[in-house]
Design a protein around this ligand. Structure first.
Ligand code: DX5
Ligand code: ZN
Length: 214
């Protein structure tokens, strides 16, 4: 089954609890953490993850867009993250391995993220140890950007690698996912769809989540 992970980057930050309740029929809550260094934007940090943790029973899918993520992953796990993803471009291979190991040591799920310009092969050093791979379908940093259809061959290549070497691993896409683009993502092999503006712009959010599932 296709899973939906609405991004609260498109929620009303003055009403986060209310807006997280609106997505209770989803599968994850996607939390975009940006440090102003890895990406040119600053968003949510550890105290906000801690504050929203009691507002939902859904797993928190925390997407770290921060440099040298091994420094902070334990703090995000302690704050209540269930799944923590780190960018392969955010540090040395050693730092990324250390981040994944620290997440697992906290008993949480770990994943790696690839920016649009990063080839599928960049996931190889981590493929056997992660529970999820996230392929960006926009340049990370902002919600509401245009979907990059040219990323679909990479999503298919990642699906093939996953089937061969770690079949339990989930494959998530993030950026510009909408009613128009969700089908192509699923056809390419994604099984988890992040959607920010497409969910929070809807009049009827549960219906939009159903429609995105296809
Ligand atoms: C971008 C974030 C995305 C973004 C998705 O850096 O990682 O999660 O919020 O927003 P939409 O669905 O509006 O493209
Ligand atoms: Zn994200």
């Amino acid at each position: 089954m296709i899973k939906i992970s609405p991004s609260i980057l498109s929620a009303d930050f003055a009403n986060l609890e209310r807006d997280i309740r609106k997505i209770s029929s989803a599968d994850y809550v996607h939390v975009d953490v940006m440090d102003g260094v890895f990406v040119p934007n600053i968003t949510i940090g550890i105290p906000v993850v801690k504050a929203i943790r009691p507002t939902t029973e859904l797993p928190l899918d925390v997407h770290l867009m921060i440099v040298e993520p091994a420094r902070y992953v334990e703090a995000f796990c302690d704050a209540g993250a269930d799944l923590v993803t780190v960018h392969v471009e955010a540090g040395t291979e050693e730092n990324i391995h250390a981040a994944l190991d620290k997440i697992h040591a906290k008993g949480k799920r770990a994943g790696v993220v690839l920016k649009p310009g990063t080839p599928a092969e960049a996931a190889l050093p981590f493929l056997e140890k992660v529970e999820l791979i996230l392929a960006m379908t926009v340049e990370p940093g902002f919600g509401g950007q245009k979907f990059m259809a040219d990323q679909m061959p990479k999503v298919s290549a990642l699906r093939k690698l996953i089937e061969e070497r770690n079949p339990g691993c989930e494959l998530e896409v993030d950026g510009g996912v909408s009613l128009e683009t969700c089908g192509t993502c699923v056809a390419a092999g994604a099984n988890v769809l992040v959607a920010g503006s497409a969910v929070y712009s809807a009049e009827d959010i549960p219906e939009r989540i159903r429609a995105l599932r296809g």
